[in-house]
Design a protein around this ligand. Structure first.
Ligand code: ADP
Ligand code: MG
Length: 421
């Protein structure tokens, strides 16, 4: 490959308008253009797409990008077309295309115009597409949201399990690139095993968010009052409150409104118009607070969310990390406050008891980890990062004093109580 650093930076500027790579991007891109299997683990917003888009644009042949959501694929295709003079540079191949459109896609791939071909995993299993792609020059296959391969991930898709054998049929030694924001060692093992990329070079960015403050408080009868007090102490700031049920979302939003907090509810039971109205009100700062189920947040990019409160314990550390990750995107303060009661854990366990046994086992194991987080007396940041397989120095690490346990160690607290007694 005759691609040097000058070419890399020139292409970065040409195609994306950026003058610098972010984090590990440059090394990832270099590894991919050398035709090697590559595994990229970066938090959401880390800039994973560019890691495969840039090599695809620079190389001969077509890169196949496997992605689970049509909407995600369409966004990416539009963005790539914007920066290229060729519409055919990127295509989505799926079942909603007309015969004429499919013919156009095939022509563009065969003539070498198409650099990025996005496909859903279930489309890639279609014989017709496999037949066609077998005759084409494929630069590499990128598997985005690769955690979908694992039952330990938060979005398991059985079709992802077939990718390895299909890629094998498309040609010999096609490099595989896996990308995910799920950092747990179990999921990573599954991905490597399932895609058969034991030789892949692994690029893992840190998941530490030093500007987030982590706190857990016991959940009492008066949790609503505690939440109102917290919001009043932080008046004028934007925040999200997550509740488990739609009913609780509605109730809490009302309680807040009655108490003079500008808040709106958000959950999947509201009609689409109301949902987007409430979302816009939050984004435009017509309201300070959105009370929501986990339906809220995908693709929400409000940089100055100052707090994320969990009225109920989430189902895993992974979910907690994703949901709290919406705070402090601008690098400013972000207070992550969870209310914890063991009764809620029992509720979640009961909820899972109707599910298949294998699913229950995984669900319960994940739940035990979040219980561990809630009950620990160690640095919460260290606990979260350890869960993601990352060592954290609780004395000198970035954000070392940014949690309740570190600021008010439990032993000292108890000792003080003893003295008072
Ligand atoms: P991920 O898939 O890891 O969640 P994305 O690929 O969607 O992240 O990128 C997140 C944001 O970062 C996008 O808005 C993208 O334009 C931006 N970005 C990516 N690389 C760079 C870069 N080198 N310089 C500046 N911004 C970048
Ligand atoms: Mg992405």
């Amino acid at each position: 490959m005759g691609i040097n650093e000058i070419d890399l930076h020139a292409s970065l500027k040409k195609y994306f308008g950026f003058s610098q790579f972010k984090g590990l991007q440059e090394n990832v891109v270099k590894n991919i253009v050398q035709g090697k299997n590559t595994f990229v683990i970066m938090p959401t917003g880390g800039g994973k797409s560019l890691c495969y888009q840039l090599p695809a644009l620079m190389q001969e042949g077509t890169a196949i990008v496997v992605s689970p959501l049509i909407a995600l694929m369409k966004n990416q295709v539009d963005a790539i077309r914007d920066v290229s003079s060729e519409i055919g540079v990127a295509h989505v191949l799926n079942s909603s295309l007309t015969k004429t459109e499919i013919k156009q896609v095939k022509n563009d791939v065969s003539s070498g115009v198409t650099k990025l071909l996005y496909v859903a995993p279930e489309s890639l299993t279609k014989e017709e597409y496999v037949d066609f792609l077998q005759g084409e020059k494929i630069s590499f296959v990128a598997v985005d949201e690769a955690h979908c391969i694992s039952e330990w991930g938060h979005d398991f898709r059985p079709e992802y399990r077939n990718l390895k054998s299909i890629v094998g049929r498309l040609g010999d030694n096609i490099p595989l690139i896996a990308l995910t924001a799920t950092a747990t060692p179990k999921v990573q093992e599954d991905i490597i095993k399932n895609l058969g990329i034991t030789d892949a070079k692994v690029f893992k960015a840190s998941f530490n968010r030093p500007n987030l403050y982590y706190e857990v408080r016991p959940k009492t009868q008066n949790v609503d009052g505690d939440i109102i007090r917290f919001i009043k102490q932080n008046s004028g700031k934007s925040g999200i409150i997550y509740c488990l049920s739609r009913k609780r979302v509605e109730e809490l939003a009302q309680v807040l409104q009655v108490n003079g907090v500008s808040a709106v509810p958000y959950h999947a039971g509201l009609d689409g118009k109301t949902r987007s109205k409430h979302q816009d009100m939050f984004l435009m700062e017509d309201v300070d607070v959105v009370v929501a189920t986990i339906a809220f947040g995908m693709g929400i990019d409000k940089p100055d969310v100052r707090f994320v409160i969990h009225h109920d314990i989430p189902k895993s550390i992974e979910s907690y990390y994703q949901e709290t990750g919406r705070a402090g995107r601008d690098g400013g303060e972000g207070h992550c406050l969870a209310f914890y009661s063991y009764k809620d854990v029992e509720k979640l366990e009961k909820f899972m008891s109707g599910k298949p046994v294998a699913e229950q086992e995984i669900g319960n194991a994940l739940l035990q980890e979040i219980v561990g987080y809630a009950e620990t007396s160690m640095s919460r940041r260290k606990f979260i990062l350890h869960y993601f397989g990352e060592e954290f120095d609780e004395i000198n690490g970035d954000g070392a004093d940014m949690d309740d346990n570190t600021r008010n160690p439990k032993e000292k607290q108890e000792a003080k109580d003893d003295v008072v007694k």
